[in-house]
Design a protein around this ligand. Structure first.
Ligand code: AMP
Length: 216
């Protein structure tokens, strides 16, 4: 099964994708994560993408669609894929159709996480992760149990994304509204869009997504 998780920054796409990876053995393809890895590695793609990402704008369609195609080529055909943060423009949605069909894959569901944008700014600007294992935390909603120590791996090293500041978050939301939300009708016309309340508790969001995937 191949699915898209769609929603503005901070809607919980990454969190829900991780839960699906754990519960269903699907693979998460996050263009944001892959781009951050490219920036960290200092690859030509990373060098090109860094300033655009730091400004909260969108990296070129060619770059992200190229990354997605390559990532899919590394997967067994029967592996289910969660597209997280891709596609983000009409051109990417078109590329994804071709990328999937040339690999014999079909898109089964597009799940839109519906959220309140003002609450998202607080969600995003407070988030941080363990620099070692990637476990997610939040200044207000989820501090580590022992201050400064990761619950999962014990590391004392944490990091924040450079683009998780208020000004950049507002730009990312504007980009979402202008370029990403308009692709929903493409999938609505195919009857594969489901909407889930992204402001609910993480576990409830996850249950709602499971119900969509299981056809309940
Ligand atoms: P994310 O982790 O999904 O919030 O993405 C972080 C940043 O990476 C975005 O603000 C964009 O600059 C870039 N990015 C990630 N995915 C895409 C995409 N599909 N198209 C264009 N830019 C992207």
């Amino acid at each position: 099964m191949n699915i898209i998780l769609l929603g503005p920054p901070g809607a919980g796409k990454g969190t829900q994708a991780t839960l699906l990876v754990d519960s269903r053995g699907m693979v998460q393809l996050s263009t944001g994560d892959m781009l951050r890895a490219a920036v960290k590695a200092g690859s030509p793609t990373g060098v090109k993408a860094k300033a655009v990402m730091d400004a909260g704008q969108l990296v070129s369609d060619e770059i992200v669609s190229g990354i997605i195609g390559e990532a899919l080529d590394g997967l067994a055909p029967e592996t289910g894929v969660i597209f997280d943060g891709y596609p983000r423009t009409a051109a990417q949605a078109e590329s994804l159709d071709e990328i999937l069909s040339t690999r014999g894959r079909t898109l089964h569901h597009v799940i839109e996480l519906e959220v309140d944008e003002d609450a998202l700014v607080e969600r995003i600007t407070g988030r941080f992760t363990c620099a070692n294992c990637g476990e997610g935390y939040h200044d207000t909603f989820k501090q580590p149990k022992a201050e400064g120590v990761c619950d999962k791996c014990g590391s004392t090293d944490f990091k924040r994304r450079p683009d998780d500041n208020e000004e950049t978050v507002r730009t990312r939301m504007t980009e979402y509204r202008a370029k990403t939300a308009p692709i929903l009708p493409i999938y609505e016309a195919r009857g594969i869009v489901s909407r889930v309340d992204g402001m609910a508790d993480m576990a409830d969001v996850s249950t709602a997504i499971a119900a969509v995937l299981d056809g309940k």
